[in-house]
Write a protein that binds this ligand. Structure first.
Ligand code: AP5
Ligand code: MG
Length: 236
């Protein structure tokens, strides 16, 4: 991917933020920023949306259970998603930290995560991004994703060099089934009812910062990195 090189020292990446939650509405930039931060810090992006879509593509039982719920802009059950996250967190690449993208997004998921991680692991830090409704709608309807490397484009703000084709591996780009205006409206209602309280939960806990996601991608990345350093008490 076309990203900045890893910030390294002789012993490895200079700063690793540990477990991070990226929070925000549909289209706010969670996936785009998580891909950049993953390359920057050498820790995995764990996107529950991507994991569910991968299950749908493979035709698994979980994918079959999730498909119509996702296409309606509603949330998959907490039980299924928590179990999927529990399995993913056991993978060895998650030991030094991870970027959770799109999870938790209900209060039961947040309560489950807080107790699942307990006090043994470094506590999570949360960064919430904000973008206004009209900009979100444009981002959602303009989004295209590489079918192979999953790089995220936007036909309005960040188009590929050749329309419909990934710059990095020449694979075709696809539009998500839930990226249409009517489903977006439903996803926003779901976000307001079920995920906004999760953001307030982490705001009250205190290991939390809010970032203006309306700015260009690189500026948002810098703001998130600065927030993570402050939240972890690291030098700038
Ligand atoms: P999920 O895949 O998580 O979708 P979402 O939360 O609706 O978020 P998006 O992926 O749409 O947006 P994003 O913030 O990642 O934006 P992106 O970076 O791509 O979930 C999908 C569904 O799965 C849910 O509806 C639910 O059914 C189910 N699900 C998932 N997790 C679940 C859970 N925990 N519990 C229950 N169900 C769950 O950017 C969007 C576009 O904007 C791109 O084109 C990008 O290029 C562009 N862009 C990004 N940043 C900028 C910028 N700064 N300036 C200009 N353009 C930008
Ligand atoms: Mg996403």
């Amino acid at each position: 991917m076309n990203q900045r090189p890893l910030e390294t020292t002789a012993t490895g990446p200079a700063f690793v933020p540990g477990p991070v939650l990226l929070l925000g509405a549909p289209g706010v930039g969670k996936g785009k920023q998580a891909q950049i931060l993953m390359a920057q810090f050498g820790i995995p992006q764990i996107s529950t949306g991507d994991l569910l879509r991968s299950n749908i593509a493979k035709g698994t039982e979980l994918g079959m259970q999730a498909k119509s719920t996702m296409e309606q802009g509603k949330l998959v059950s907490d039980e299924l998603v928590n179990q999927m996250v529990a399995e993913r967190l056991k993978q060895p690449d998650a030991v030094r930290g991870y970027i959770l993208d799109g999870f938790p997004r209900t209060m039961p998921q947040a309560v489950w995560l807080d107790s699942h991680l307990g006090t043994k692991a470094l506590p999570v830090v949360a960064v919430s991004m904000t973008v206004d409704y009209d900009q979100l709608l444009q981002r959602i309807t303009g989004r295209r994703t590489c079918t192979v490397c999953k790089h995220i484009y936007n036909v309005f703000s960040n188009p590929p060099k050749v329309a419909g084709v990934c710059d990095f591996d020449c694979a075709p780009l696809e539009q998500r089934a839930d990226d249409i205006e009517t489903v977006f409206a439903e996803r926003m209602k779901t976000f307001a009812a079920q995920t906004a309280p999760v953001i307030e939960h982490y705001r009250v806990l205190g290991r939390f910062e809010e970032v203006d996601g309306q700015r260009p991608v690189a500026e948002v990345t810098s703001a998130i990195e600065a927030a993570l350093r402050r939240l972890r008490g690291a030098r700038a």
